[in-house]
Structure formats: C-alpha cells, structure tokens
Design a protein around this ligand. Structure first.
Ligand code: FES
Ligand code: FE2
Length: 403
C-alpha cells in the first residue's frame, strides 16, 4: 500500500533535505556544535559480552521484530527467490505465480535438507517449482507439495501436511521484511515503522537497482559494529584520510523516530552557505544514515552526477556474543543510469569500503578489551553520541534489562 506518488516523494525529500541543511549550517556557523542528548549514558560491558544477554536479544528482538531481507527489486518476477540465512534458520522468499511474495523455511518436509541454494554470486535462479536436491520432492511456488517420487513408500503418511512451513513476510515500499520464526503472526510493517514510515517511503526503494553485494564477518559483538554507524565523533581521527577530510567531525543532525533514527553528517561544502541568505543556497541533496531497529543501516548519499546511491548494511549477531556478520548491498536509487554514473558509484563504494574496514578494526579491538574489562568499568556514550544512546536504550527495553 503506497499512495505516495514519485512527485510527492521528490517534493518531500527536497523539503526534508532543506530542513536538515538549515540545521547543519547553524551548527557549522556556531563553530562546530552538534545535536546533543540531555546527558551522557553509561552502559555495562556485559551488554556486549554476556551470552545471557545475547540469548535475550535473539529471542526478544531478532525472532520478534520484522527484519529486512532485501529489496523487492531482487525478486521482481514469479519464480524469483531470495534467501535469508543470516539469522536463525535458512528462509527462502519466493514470488508466486500470483505475484505475491511468500516465505518458507528452506527445509524439505521429507528429511529436512535445504531446497534452494544461492549461486556463487549470491543470487538464486528463477524457477517454476522448487525441487529438493536429495530425493526430488517438488513444491509449488506457494509451498504446496506437488511431487513425490515413489509415493507408495509413504502410504499412511498424511502428505497434505507436508507442504513447506511458512514464515511471515511482507513487502512494503520496495523493502522485503521477514520474521525468522515459523508459526508467528503476520507482520504489521506500518505499526513497526511508525513515524519513520514516510521517511523511508520517500526513498523510493522500489526502484532501487542492485549494483553489488558482499558480506563480512568480524570477531566482535554485533552492537560494537553497529555503534560505528551512529556517530561522526570518530571521523577526524579514525577516518582522517577519508570522511575526516570531506566531512566535519563531531557535528551531527539527529532525528529520532522511536527505535529508528536518521543522522546526517555535514560535508565541508556546508561552510560556503554560512552567512548566505537561504534563497541563494543550492538545492540540498537528500541523504543520511537511516537506521531501522534493530540491525539495518540504509545510507543514502549523493553519487555524483546523475543521482543517488544507497548502501544497505544488515548486521547480525553470530553464534556467540563475540561474532557477527554484515551483509552489504549497494543500489542505484531510481534505477541504473549511464555507465559514467556507475563508475562514480563504484569509486564511492571503494572509498566507503575503506571506511568500513577502519570501523570494523576498532570494533574488534574494543570488543576484545570489553570481554576482560575490570569489574565496575562502564562504556560511556557522550551527549554527542545520541544515536548510540537511542540504540542501547531500545535494546535494553526490548530485552527487559535496565541500563
Ligand atoms: S530430503 Fe528432500 S526429498 Fe528427501
Ligand atoms: Fe566510521
């Protein structure tokens, strides 16, 4: 359900971008102020290192809230499928002949093996039916069991109860959400997004064309990695030769949407606007770091001439508190454009990859130290690290452990 037209979205993006730009200019004009929380916040290292907390997060957050599985553009036609394997059981999301997306445990109902595997490039080939590689039980795209070789061997078994096991999936404005728990309720995405819904809808992700994807894993808690996306306090030091050059450090414009948020870091071009009347400002490109609780970061940035690109990071806890993985997907917003633009996107992407490496290195180092931190030590999120404060407060609330 999307009653917002592209023209509405473009107009809305212009309006929001201008409002953010105004706040950035004010911070830069004031000599480099930033949005602040009401006070600093301390957190127990156990929030990162305790296996009991990790289990609570798994149960109370990751198995309950809708998780982003990808974008609709990855599964445009009947028979297209998408695997969601980063958390919990392997799930296959497949578009039916009726155009409806359904999700199933990627588990054959004969003896349990995986029905669908991704190719080397991570994508699944289009298929008319799903046939198990073990004994060739065959399932329709709607999950019903339609073929059993040597069927007489299963006499006495109620084969009508051997359809694939469904899990909740929803498609909303080009984003595919799943809940990684069979037998749970339908997803209510508008309720989950709340006031963040129009901010995401205006991105027009339904038209975002995939450019490339990759994965990385690191030996740290998933939140150590996630924390690096929510503040620009580290730009001047950790990213001294990349973002630290192009952007102001420790200057941020933060917008709170319940557990979700958006944060913007001004680039140095903002300085030219200080003292100029707003009527002389160039139009602001919409951008920002969008966070969907609990684990998805959608970074919208200008891709140089021709438009904008999106990098989506989905961060998942591993089997232990000290392991995590991240899926990174890069999309061209509003379709793929000329080759020149794509070259710009790749260059941008390579630069961003350097930044990601720098971030993950400190996340891993920090985690190793937190594991053996002395009793009574706390980590502290400054007033300037308000996105991190929001993240950890919402996690604590969701798992019922006070900060
Ligand atoms: S396990 Fe799938 S057909 Fe046997
Ligand atoms: Fe960083």
């Amino acid at each position: 359900m999307n009653d917002i037209t592209p023209a509405d979205s473009a107009e809305r993006r212009r309006r929001v971008a201008r409002a953010i730009q105004r706040r950035m200019v004010a911070h830069v004009a004031a000599g480099g102020t930033t949005d602040f929380a009401s006070g600093p916040l301390e957190n127990d290292p156990a929030a990162y290192t305790d296996p009991a907390r990790a289990e609570l997060e798994r149960r109370e957050i990751f198995l309950k809230v809708p998780l982003v599985a990808g974008l609709s553009r990855a599964v445009p036609r009947p028979g297209d499928s998408l695997l969601f394997e980063e958390f919990g059981q392997s799930i296959v999301i497949v578009r039916g002949r009726d155009g409806v997306l359904r999700a199933f445990l990627n588990m054959c109902t004969h003896r349990g093996t995986k029905l669908v595997r991704a190719g080397a490039d991570g994508t699944c080939e289009r298929r008319g039916r799903m046939t198990c590689p073990f004994h060739a039980w065959t399932f329709e795209l709607d999950g019903s069991l339609v073929g059993v070789p040597g069927r007489q061997g299963f006499e006495g078994i109620d084969m009508s109860r051997r359809n694939l096991i469904q899990v909740p999936v929803a498609e909303w404005n080009g984003i595919v959400f799943v809940r990684a728990a069979a037998g749970s309720d339908e997803l209510d995405i508008p309720a989950y997004l709340g006031a963040f819904a129009p901010e995401l809808a205006q991105l027009e992700l339904a038209d975002a064309a995939p450019i490339r994807s990759s994965s990385l894993a690191a030996d740290c808690n998933w939140k150590c990695a996630l924390d690096t996306y929510g503040e620009g306090y580290h730009f001047a030091t950790l990213h001294a030769s990349t973002i630290g050059v192009s952007h102001y450090g420790n200057v941020a414009v933060f917008d709170d949407f319940g557990p979700h948020w958006r944060i913007n870091f001004p680039d140095r071009r903002v300085k030219a606007l200080v003292g100029l009347p707003e009527s002389e400002w160039p139009e602001a490109d919409y951008g920002g770091v969008h966070f969907l609780f609990p684990n998805t970061v959608v970074v919208v940035g200008s891709g140089g001439p021709g438009g904008a690109f999106v990098r989506m990071f989905r961060i998942f806890p591993g089997q232990t508190p000290g392991t995590m993985s991240c899926r990174i997907e890069v999309y061209a917003l509003r379709g793929v454009r000329a080759d020149g633009d794509r070259a710009g996107e790749f260059a941008q992407d390579d630069a961003e990859s350097d930044v990601t490496r720098e971030d993950y290195r400190v996340a891993v180092d920090g985690y190793a130290n937190l594991v053996s931190a002395p009793a009574g030590f706390t980590v502290v999120y400054g007033r300037n690290e308000l996105a991190l404060q929001s993240l950890h407060r919402h996690i604590a609330r969701a798992i019922g452990v006070p900060l």
